[in-house]
Design a binder for this molecule. Structure first.
Ligand code: ADP
Length: 286
């Protein structure tokens, strides 16, 4: 497998690549991560089962579209494919640093620029992708409330009920009413922006990793930054300096984060089911 991956790296770069060392990188939720060290260059490689190659193809396309906006740093994907035993995605190696308040402020500003510049005409994306290991379905849709209730919450809720959850469908109609006629600009969103997917490089440049992109309400990204751990305060100052959040965000935040909590129930089970029920209760009572 590694010889084949090294050959594909050489093909993609046009210069020979020989593996001198390989180290496992921890921290991934879904894939095995490795540093692949050559004489002059190191790459970050994600490995999974062969059937997951589509997931890697979608991740690479998402990274390329983020990079094409020239607003915020993300790892440059190099190549992806399958070998007999696995699928792989190779991208540039990044060196992370501690990250100052100023760097997180820049992260906020640059994310706002991504949201503003990455502009679509409908909600959805050109292909399906994954959120964690769960499929994320992205048909082009005209109305935001339809897209979010059906393709995001409805999809996860039905999956959760097939996996032993007891969630009532009525929440979907209630949320459709709350979102109502809201038609935000379809922004290219990261889609999975928890603190593990945002970092600062050694030179202080902010970087976003591991996206699950689509065109949607930019607030989905801000909501998720508040979910697992939260981002430093300077991040929000930077974001609001470029594109302030709108009235009603605090209420929509719970709706948008319900998607990720249902997904966590589907991926990991446990207490996420209770958390989802509490969020539904909160949504219905505000
Ligand atoms: P997964 O798809 O399995 O969730 P991630 O993309 O979150 O994997 O990456 C797992 C860990 O690997 C990250 O937390 C980070 O520490 C490290 N990592 C991710 N991308 C790079 C990169 N381009 N260069 C160096 N390390 C990386």
């Amino acid at each position: 497998m590694w010889t084949e991956i090294a050959r594909q790296i050489a093909n993609a770069t046009g210069s020979p690549f020989e593996i001198q060392d390989r180290r496992s990188v921890s921290g991934g939720c879904i894939n095995q991560g490795y540093a692949l060290i050559g004489k002059n260059c190191t790459y970050f490689v994600k490995i999974n089962r062969p059937v997951q190659v589509e997931m890697f193809a979608a991740e690479a396309l998402g990274l390329r579209q983020i990079l094409a906006t020239q607003t915020i740093r993300a790892p440059q994907p190099l190549c992806w494919g399958t070998t007999e035993q696995s699928s792989y995605l190779v991208m540039e190696w990044l060196e992370f640093g501690p990250g100052s308040g100023a760097a997180w402020e820049a992260m906020g500003r640059q994310l706002a620029h991504l949201h503003r510049q990455g502009q679509g005409t409908q909600y959805g994306w050109e292909r399906n992708n994954t959120i964690g290991a769960t499929p994320q379905i992205n048909p082009w849709t005209d109305h935001w409330a339809d897209f979010f209730t059906e393709q995001r919450l409805g999809f996860q809720l039905h999956l959760a009920n097939r996996r032993g959850g007891h969630f009532s469908d009525t929440i979907l109609e209630a949320i459709r009413q709350i979102l109502g006629d809201r038609q935000p600009q379809p922004s290219l969103v990261h889609g999975d922006l928890w603190s593990g997917n945002a970092a600062v490089l050694v030179d202080g440049t902010p970087v976003i990793l591991d996206p699950a992109v689509y065109y949607g309400d930019r607030e989905v990204d801000i909501a998720m930054t508040e979910l697992f751990g939260g981002f430093p305060g300077s991040f929000y100052q930077g974001y609001n300096r470029i594109w302030p959040l709108e009235t009603g965000y605090q209420q929509r935040k719970v709706i948008y984060n319900l998607y990720h909590i249902l997904n966590h129930f589907n991926l990991f089970g446990g207490g996420y089911g209770d958390q989802a029920q509490r969020m539904m209760h909160q949504i219905l009572s505000t």
